[in-house]
Write a new protein. Structure first.
Length: 69
């Protein structure tokens, strides 16, 4: 039996939507892209990949903060 991961499907949709030309997007299209990206973030957040991204971004921001002092 084949299972489909919703996060992977949303990631593919985001990639295809962002590859389109910026000039041809309507406001509704941009809002829909934002909603899809937010849904993808919510699905990824509790996973080990999401926790790794959060850890990486935390280290990056603390490094930038320390470098600016």
């Amino acid at each position: 039996m084949l299972t489909i991961n919703v996060a992977v499907v949303l990631a593919v949709i985001v990639v295809f939507r962002l590859r389109r030309r910026t000039e041809s997007r309507s406001r509704f299209d941009e809002k829909m892209t934002v909603v899809i990206v937010l849904a993808l973030g919510i699905l990824l957040a509790p996973t080990p990949v999401g926790q790794g991204i959060l850890s990486f971004l935390g280290q990056l921001t603390s490094g930038v903060t320390q470098a600016s002092r």
